[in-house]
Design a protein around this ligand. Structure first.
Ligand SMILES: CC(C)CCOP(=O)(O)OP(=O)(O)O
Ligand SMILES: [Mg+2]
Ligand SMILES: [Mg+2]
Ligand SMILES: [Mg+2]
Length: 149
């Protein structure tokens, strides 16, 4: 048998938040190496002991400053995606997609992590910016729509 190949990293769970305001969804262009310069939902890695709702609320707060209670987070779907890390190393994410709807008084998103995101903006689902972050691109191509899910 050839050299022992490096053990493949185990798949990771991530949670994205479809934050809806009227007919628009919040997206930001990523600045980190994974998915650089592609438009993504706010969200991130599920941390030990968290529910999907808790992760969604935490990541949304960390990235946009918005305080949306975990009870307002609704599970929509989950997909699995193979991605390439910097240097071409393969990785796999199980991406859980949650939905929350903006309410009066929630305020406006701020770009809390400018080193990771160019900024947040609202987009109509039928007119999404390009390129989309691969997990979102795949879901849209498969017909996912958070307004009708
Ligand atoms: C790659 C993606 C599906 C999951 C990780 O998302 P992310 O890079 O935004 O992660 P963090 O917000 O947790 O840094
Ligand atoms: Mg984050
Ligand atoms: Mg993130
Ligand atoms: Mg995180």
């Amino acid at each position: 048998m050839g050299n022992q190949t490096e053990a493949a990293a185990a798949p990771t769970v991530a949670v994205g938040v479809c934050l809806l305001k009227g007919k628009k969804v919040l997206l930001g262009r990523r600045r980190c190496s994974l998915g650089y310069s592609t438009f993504s939902l706010p969200g991130g890695h599920l941390e030990l002991g968290e529910s999907f709702e808790e992760c969604a609320a935490r990541e949304l707060k960390e990235e946009t400053g918005l305080d949306i209670d975990k009870k307002r987070m609704e599970f929509l779907t989950a997909t699995t995606n193979k991605l390439l890390l910097e240097g071409g190393k393969p990785c796999q994410y199980a991406s859980v997609c949650m939905r929350a709807v903006m309410e009066h008084g929630d305020g406006e998103p701020q770009n809390v992590e400018p080193e990771l995101c160019d900024g947040w903006d609202w987009y109509e689902w039928d007119n999404l910016p390009k390129p989309l972050f691969r997990p979102l691109h795949n879901a849209v191509r498969a017909g996912f729509n958070p307004f009708y899910a």
